[in-house]
Design a protein around this ligand. Structure first.
Ligand SMILES: [Zn+2]
Length: 383
C-alpha cells in the first residue's frame, strides 16, 4: 500500500497558513506596485544642447502646471526671420519612431532661419503607463557612444490615474461625434480640446493655444501604425496643406522615399490633421511609419521587435498580399522609420519656402538624412 504524504505539522495551523498567504500576496503586490510606481515616475533623459530655450505646455494652459499633462517644448530660433514649424512626437507614447525622431531633433538640430519647436512627449501622461493587455515592453535600451540610453515605451492613451473612469460612449467636443469610450483618453481624438474639459482635452487645448499664440505655419505630428493599416508611409493632411504636401512628396520621391498623401476626412473629428487645420491657421499633417509592434498578427512584443521590426508572421502576411508596404525578413528597423520621419520633416521645412515664398523659409542643419540613418544606428544620433 502506498504511503500517504503528510503535510508538515506547522501547515496544519490555520493561522500559519494564512500568514504565509498574506506574505506571498504582499510580496507580489510590492514587486508589481514598485514597477508601476517606477514607470509612473521615471523620467527619460533628453539631452538638449546647453542654452536651449525650453517652454512648457502649462505656459499656454496654466491648469496643466504640476500635472502629468505638462511637457517640454524645445525652441530653436534661427538668427534670420523665416517660417515656423512645430514637430510633435509622443502623441501616442507607444509609437517609438515618432518619439525617437523628436528626441534626435532636440539633440542635433541647428536652425539658421525661421523657428522650429519640438515636443517629444505630446501626451506626457501616456509615457507613465503601458496599454493594457498588449504585453508591450516598458523601456527600450539603445546603445550609444556614451553608454546605454533608455527610452520609455508608453501607452496610446492617457494614464487612467490622470483621467478615469472612461464613459461607455465618448462624445467629442464640439462636433458631438460618438466614439468608443476608451478614445476619451486618446490625445489624437481630443482636438481642438477645451480649457475646462477632461485631462486629455486640456492637453489638446494647450497645444492649440500654443499654435495660435506662436502663429505656427506648419505642424507635423509623428506617428506609427501596424503594417496592415492602409495609411502607413503616408502623410495625412488637412486640405489647406495639399499643395505643400504635394511638392514635398515629389521631392521625397526623388530621394527614393515613397510618401502617399491622404486628405483628412472632413467628418472625422478630434485628430490633429482635421481640428488643428480648422481651429488654427497652421498647415496640419500627420505622418505614419510601419511598426509591427502595433500589429494584430505579431508574435512576442518586446524591445527587439520595437527596434528591429522583424516578425515572421508579417513576412507571411506580406507574401499573402495583406500589407500596404514592402516587407521581408529584414523587417522595418527603427532606423528606417526614423529616417523616413526625419527626412520628410527636412523636406517639408524646405517646401514651406518654395510654396509660400521666401519669408516662410526655414533653414536647418544637423539632422541625419534617410541614408545616414539606414546605414548606421539611431544610437549614433543620441548624445
Ligand atoms: Zn498614432
Amino acid at each position: 500500500m502506498k504511503e500517504e504524504k503528510k503535510a508538515p505539522a506547522f501547515l496544519k495551523n490555520k493561522l500559519v497558513k494564512n500568514l504565509i498567504c498574506l506574505v506571498l500576496i504582499l510580496t507580489v503586490a510590492g514587486i508589481t506596485g514598485w514597477e508601476f510606481y517606477r514607470f509612473r515616475t521615471y523620467r527619460e533623459e533628453i539631452k538638449a544642447p546647453d542654452g536651449t530655450e525650453i517652454q512648457h505646455l502649462s505656459d499656454y494652459l496654466p491648469s496643466l502646471k504640476g500635472t502629468a499633462g505638462d511637457t517640454e517644448i524645445y525652441v530653436f530660433r534661427g538668427e534670420q526671420d523665416g517660417g515656423s514649424m512645430l514637430v510633435m512626437g509622443g502623441t501616442h507614447a507607444d509609437e517609438l519612431a515618432g518619439h525617437l525622431s523628436a528626441i534626435i531633433m532636440v539633440e542635433n538640430l541647428k536652425v539658421t532661419r525661421g523657428t522650429v519647436y519640438v515636443i517629444p512627449r505630446a501626451n506626457n501622461s501616456g509615457f507613465t503607463n503601458n496599454f493594457p493587455q498588449e504585453a508591450s515592453p516598458m523601456y527600450i535600451e539603445i546603445p550609444t557612444a556614451n553608454g546605454t540610453r533608455t527610452v520609455v515605451y508608453g501607452s496610446r492613451a492617457t494614464n487612467p490615474v490622470d483621467q478615469w473612469p472612461d464613459p461607455d460612449l465618448y462624445t467629442h467636443y464640439p462636433s458631438g461625434q460618438g466614439l468608443s469610450g476608451a478614445e476619451t483618453r486618446n490625445l489624437n481624438r481630443s482636438y481642438p480640446g477645451r480649457e475646462n474639459g477632461n485631462f486629455t482635452e486640456r492637453v489638446a487645448c494647450a497645444i492649440r493655444n500654443f499654435i495660435n499664440t506662436n502663429a505656427i505655419d506648419l505642424t507635423i505630428d509623428l506617428h506609427e501604425a501596424s503594417p496592415e493599416y492602409p495609411n502607413i508611409n503616408s502623410s495625412v493632411l488637412h486640405e489647406r496643406a495639399m499643395k505643400l504636401s504635394g511638392d514635398a512628396s515629389l521631392e521625397l520621391d526623388d530621394l527614393g522615399i515613397s510618401m502617399r498623401m491622404e486628405v483628412s476626412p472632413v467628418n472625422l473629428h478630434g485628430l490633429t490633421h482635421r481640428e488643428l487645420g480648422d481651429y488654427t491657421n497652421t498647415l496640419a499633417l500627420l505622418m505614419e511609419t510601419a511598426n509591427p509592434c502595433q500589429g494584430r498578427i505579431r508574435g512576442a512584443t518586446n524591445a527587439e521587435l520595437a527596434l528591429m521590426g522583424k516578425d515572421p508572421c508579417y513576412v507571411k502576411a506580406s507574401e499573402l498580399g495583406y500589407l500596404y508596404i514592402p516587407y521581408d525578413e529584414n523587417g522595418v528597423a527603427v532606423e528606417e522609420r526614423c529616417g523616413r520621419h526625419l527626412q520628410a520633416i527636412q523636406v517639408y521645412a524646405e517646401a514651406l519656402g518654395w510654396v509660400f515664398g521666401d519669408e516662410y523659409t526655414i533653414e536647418m542643419t544637423g539632422l541625419p538624412q534617410y541614408n545616414d540613418l539606414i546605414s548606421a544606428s539611431v544610437g549614433d544620433w543620441l548624445k
